[in-house]
Design a protein around this ligand. Structure first.
Ligand SMILES: [Zn+2]
Length: 252
């Protein structure tokens, strides 16, 4: 018998979080964000509002007319995620950093000291210059206290995650989790037998990974408000051929 810890893999597209102070500079006094969609992590939501992110050094320069691939690199619309936070933070992919002409900086969310900078956020009412707080978020697992206990995970540790599906329906994955939790209560702690488990996996995995990959150095973040999810950026998702929602096996 072998153990499998399955986790849904969600793609985190480029986005930013704003402090109330910066929100008001960008959108006007006492401005409130407009939620349009709840996100997988409880209390988090995507907003109607988006802003433009530009390289501080090229801001105001003539558009790059010779740039032939997609939009000009210095005109990037980025979605705001709510609610407002204590500090503004921009989360981009490695490719976004390259397109913006910035040196890529991978850091954990909230790690201000290790973050990069050199961008200007342009909103309808004003601009905010950022010399820090721009990151490529380190791939991570959101883990509740309950899951941490179940799987013996510690906050701050790292794990590897082997991608086992590039396309998954999250509701089916959640249903599978519920049934494995029932088995765990019956004594089969933290494990799912390969023989019976793989048959179940087939019920929610729609597509085997086309670009098989294992992500190493995945940071485990534990918080009682977290929902069991792994987050990767769009570059990592593309490298693994993940479309929408994937699924992985946590390897400790
Ligand atoms: Zn996350």
């Amino acid at each position: 018998m072998c153990s499998m810890i399955i986790i849904p893999i969600e793609i985190s597209a480029r986005h930013l979080h704003l402090s109330q102070k910066d929100l008001e500079i960008l959108f006007g006094l006492n401005y409130q964000l407009t939620p349009i969609k709840n996100l997988s992590q409880p209390g988090q939501f995507a907003c109607e509002e988006a802003v433009e992110i530009q390289n501080l050094q090229s801001w105001g320069a003539e558009p790059h007319m010779d740039f032939t691939f997609g939009k000009a690199p210095d005109h990037n619309q980025v979605r705001i995620l709510g609610p407002v936070r204590k500090r503004t933070q921009i989360e981009l992919s490695w490719s976004d950093f390259i397109c913006l002409g910035l040196k890529p900086v991978v850091a954990l969310s909230g790690d201000y000291k290790s973050s990069g900078g050199g961008v200007i956020i342009v909103g309808p009412a004003g601009e905010v210059k950022l010399t820090k707080a721009v990151i490529i978020p380190q791939r991570h697992i959101h883990c509740s206290l309950e899951k941490a206990r179940e799987f013996g995970l510690r906050h701050g540790q790292t794990a590897a995650v082997k991608v086992i599906s590039g396309k998954t329906q999250n509701s089916k994955l959640k249903a599978q989790h519920a049934s494995s939790a029932v088995r765990r209560r019956g004594g089969n702690y933290n494990s799912m037998s390969c023989r019976h488990g793989m048959a179940k996996l087939k019920t929610f995995i729609h597509q085997q990974p086309i670009r098989q990959i294992t992500f190493h150095n995945v940071a485990v973040r534990i918080n009682d408000k977290f929902d069991w999810q792994m987050h990767i950026d769009t570059d990592e998702a593309n490298a693994a051929g993940i479309c929408g929602m994937g699924a992985g096996e946590v390897v400790l």
